[in-house]
Write a protein that binds this ligand. Structure first.
Ligand SMILES: Nc1ncnc2c1ncn2[C@@H]1O[C@H](COP(=O)(O)OP(=O)(O)O)[C@@H](O)[C@H]1O
Ligand SMILES: [Ca+2]
Length: 498
């Protein structure tokens, strides 16, 4: 009996010290388990990645910086524009005779980008330059000049520490499709598989229309069709880019058809009464959109004089669209296939600038009222317009009557928007702080940021994991306490005996 008791007393499991150690280790193990389990599912301290896109448009270049959390696929992992910089001076295509200046023009905005992106991220930050219709036209007109502009621009961009990924001309299809991706990504329509929003982009040299139509499978005109698989959903997008139908080239087209006979004075209903300016024929026809129409033996200059008449302006503008031929079931204009417009649309870039200036962004207003307001605006004397808006650039100011009329004509006559479908257009500049335009969609595509398949969403949100682990830890603790209770009571008895 005493030998047995001796053995019991010597067993390491039965000494009070051992029991205390086991208890402490047990508690530490449970606390560690809880901590590890909770931390493993908690987002680590936020680290960001950056991307830079330069939009080399026909009228100017703009730089955009985008930022997103470094970890992939968490639900807040959205890309946002954190900064934009407008390059001083004209678009890069205007530097055809001085290519190195095109490169130099970008340096101020690039220095700004160096300040905005954290120093230690420069090397890993991709930098893209995409050029649109201005460079498309220069390339058509003089491809060696366009190559030289690209060389100069690339050389300038390589001077920076960023990871330069190249400069290239986007096709009209890409420009339209990436604008659509941007709008729908920012509106959170892609991840959730919601009805998408069409995109209307009005530039200076080209204009794009892109939308998903339920009764269009892409077979009738494959060159107008782009298919995507994004977050597990298939999209069949209709898109078209009209070169020469951006607002600056459309103005040339409209003016050029009024100068066919080479008159010295052009009375233009799209400009305000009282506006008069001597302009060069050579400048007007200095674009492949109109160069073939230059009248023979025209004088060097013409007197551009406004008459301010919306109705007549609209008649002039209609004449730049060709509605006479269409080999498809239906066309917009110039023989280009287009299904009937469908669903909501976002209209950005010059659509927004012009309609915002004219106070016509409210599309719940009936179209007839919009036209009435524009009629009044166009009929306002030039002297009154300049007096009311002395801070606005004169070139823009002179052209708002034309631009507003062009927008309404393009939408209603060109794309066949009706009073009803017009009310589903929203004129937008930004969505949730990021500019509407092709740049974000372009970067998302090149960095593979939008997966084809829906990411496996975690079965529980973070809070769910924390609750489950806490409950399990409490249960474990209770079981642990219950299991060591007999040891403790034996231990206290021993202490009593001692
Ligand atoms: N504040 C403004 N008011 C009116 N038009 C503007 C304003 N800012 C920019 N624009 C116009 O927006 C258009 C932008 O086109 P841009 O992107 O440079 O050309 P593209 O996309 O055809 O290459 C140009 O016609 C430019 O004049
Ligand atoms: Ca543009």
């Amino acid at each position: 009996m005493s030998a047995q008791r001796d053995m019991k007393e010597k067993s390491p499991w039965r000494t009070p010290v051992t029991i205390i150690i086991i208890t402490v280790i047990g508690v530490i193990a449970i606390v560690a388990l809880v901590t590890v389990a909770v931390l493993q599912n908690k987002p680590l301290s936020q680290k960001y990645k950056y991307g830079i896109v330069l939009d080399a448009g026909s009228s100017h270049t703009a730089l955009y910086i985008y930022e997103w959390p470094a970890e992939k696929d968490n639900n807040t992992g959205r890309v946002e524009q954190t900064h934009s910089c407008k390059v001083q001076g004209p678009g890069i295509s205007a530097y055809a005779s001085d290519p190195w200046k095109a490169g130099e023009s970008l340096t101020d905005c690039m220095h700004e980008a160096q300040q905005k992106v954290p120093r230690n991220k420069h090397e890993e930050t991709p930098l893209y330059l995409g050029a649109t219709a201005g460079m498309r036209l220069l390339n058509m007109e003089n491809s060696s000049a366009s190559d030289q502009v690209f060389q100069a621009v690339e050389e300038a961009l390589r001077q920076f520490q960023f990871s330069f990924q190249g400069a290239r001309i986007l096709s009209g299809q890409e420009e339209g499709a990436f604008g659509w991706v941007t709008v729908n990504y920012l509106d959170d329509r892609l991840k959730q598989g919601l009805e998408t929003t069409g995109a209307l982009d009005l530039g200076g040299a080209s204009t794009q229309i892109s939308f998903v139509s339920s009764n269009y499978d892409g077979s009738e005109s494959p060159k107008n069709s782009v298919t995507f698989r994004l977050y597990g959903n298939d999209y069949n997008l209709y898109t078209h880019s009209f070169l020469c139908y951006g607002k600056d080239q459309a103005l040339r087209l409209t003016l050029a058809q009024q100068t066919l006979s080479g008159p010295v004075i052009i009375s233009d209903p799209c400009f305000h009464k009282g506006y008069t300016k001597i302009k060069n024929y050579a400048d007007l026809y200095d674009s492949p959109c109109v160069s073939h129409r230059k009248p023979q033996g025209a004088p060097a200059t013409f007197n551009h004089t406004g008459t301010g008449n919306f109705q007549q302006c609209q008649e002039q503008i209609k004449r730049i669209f060709n509605f006479t031929y269409c080999k498809y079931s239906r066309c917009s204009f110039n023989g280009i296939f287009q299904p009937l417009v469908q669903g909501p649309f976002g209209a950005f870039s010059a659509y927004y600038f012009v309609m915002d200036f004219l106070n016509l962004t409210d599309t719940s207003e009936p179209l007839t009222e919009v036209k009435d307001k524009l009629t009044k605006y166009c009929a306002t004397l030039w002297s009154e317009i300049t007096a009311q808006h002395h801070t606005v650039k004169e070139k823009y100011l002179a052209e708002y009557c034309f631009a507003g009329t062009y927008i309404l004509t393009l939408l209603t006559e060109g794309y066949n928007f009706t009073s009803e479908s017009y009310s589903k257009i929203k004129y937008i500049k930004q969505i949730k702080g990021s500019d509407a335009g092709w740049t974000l969609g372009y970067m998302l595509n090149l960095t593979n940021m939008i997966p084809a398949e829906a990411p496996d969403s975690p079965p529980l949100p973070h809070a769910g994991y924390v609750s489950i682990v806490t409950i399990m830890a409490i249960l474990l603790f209770i079981v642990f306490i219950l299991s060591i209770r007999p040891l403790w009571s034996r231990c206290s008895k021993q202490l009593h005996i001692v």
